[in-house]
Design a protein around this ligand. Structure first.
Ligand SMILES: NC(=O)c1ccc[n+]([C@@H]2O[C@H](COP(=O)([O-])OP(=O)(O)OC[C@H]3O[C@@H](n4cnc5c(N)ncnc54)[C@H](O)[C@@H]3O)[C@@H](O)[C@H]2O)c1
Length: 264
């Protein structure tokens, strides 16, 4: 897809990767960029900068998502590209326990990292299919393909997001619905900074949100399901599928290395 003249929606568009996507889509000539975020002020600031529209939206609210989609479709005649980008990235409070996050944290991550994708797809697919097609881009993470050390909630919900995107593409591809998942490792945003320095997802280098947006433009142009701004992720996936047990062993060693006290 070439986003020129397209009607585009980006959730989590107020900051980080989402804001970079909004700016890049505007620069690429999108007809309308809707910046949706629970942070309404941040969304308004990005929208003002790029001449887009701002919507205050909590993506975990399915009814609000459906109402936003209906309103955009009514005013603009449709949505060509819907980017489910908002996400939450809680780490395990006890790094030595994969079960240490309270249930409330699991539920919130499930709602934002997974159910928001379901709500959005449910809202946009009928219109897209009726118009002969459309594009859904879901920001997942390399943690959805591999695993994030110290992030059981994040890894689990992001794996679920990969599974849902595969189902979407398999089920709705013949209706003209194109699907891509964006799976970076470390990207220099508030979410990564909240995890502190030296986080394992930064080992292969931290990209800027603008660099990730550039990968998205080329991934959308190629209509590739898997968009990998860090190309080494593909090698790790190949190692994982070639020998799962060996890969788990390697991840244990990596965990021991990143958990070791500095200087040891
Ligand atoms: N930063 C990284 O290293 C990295 C790596 C891989 C994947 N990701 C994914 O990229 C996406 C964007 O993250 P980011 O790094 O730009 O983080 P960020 O914290 O800079 O931005 C996230 C945005 O999402 C919004 N948001 C969060 N919950 C929301 C909700 N319930 N409803 C609406 N908006 C909500 C926030 O207000 C914020 O504007 C996430 O899905 C994240 O999991 C980030």
């Amino acid at each position: 897809m070439d986003v020129r003249e397209k009607i585009v929606v980006v959730t989590g568009g107020a900051d980080g990767i989402g804001a970079a996507l909004c700016r890049r889509f505007a620069r690429a000539g999108a007809a309308v960029v809707v910046v949706a975020d629970r942070n309404g002020e941040g969304a308004a600031a990005v929208a003002a900068e790029i001449g887009g529209e701002a919507v205050t939206l909590d993506v975990s609210d399915g009814e609000a998502t459906a109402a936003m989609v209906a309103d955009i479709e009514r005013r603009h005649g449709g949505i060509d590209l819907f980017c489910c980008n908002a996400g939450v990235g809680d780490g395990d409070p006890d790094r030595n326990s994969a079960t240490s996050s309270p249930d409330a944290v699991w539920h919130r991550a499930w709602n934002v990292n997974v159910m928001a994708h379901v709500h959005a797809a449910r809202a946009v697919i009928p219109g897209m299919a009726a118009r002969g097609g459309g594009y859904i881009l879901n920001t997942v993470s390399a943690a959805g393909l591999l695993s994030q050390i110290g992030g059981a909630v994040y890894s689990t919900t992001k794996h679920a997001a990969v599974g849902f995107a595969e189902s979407l593409s398999i089920t709705h591809g013949d209706q003209g619905i194109k699907v891509s998942i964006l799976c970076p490792q470390g990207v220099d945003t508030a979410m990564l900074r909240a995890g502190g320095s030296g986080s394992p997802q930064s080992l292969d280098g931290v990209l800027t949100p603008d660099e990730v947006a550039e990968s998205v433009i080329s991934g959308l142009a190629a209509e590739r399901f898997l968009i990998l701004p860090h190309p080494e992720v593909l090698t790790y996936m190949q190692r994982k599928t070639a020998d799962y047990d060996r890969w788990i062993g390697g991840m244990r060693r990596l965990r021991a290395r990143v958990m070791a006290p500095a200087g040891s």
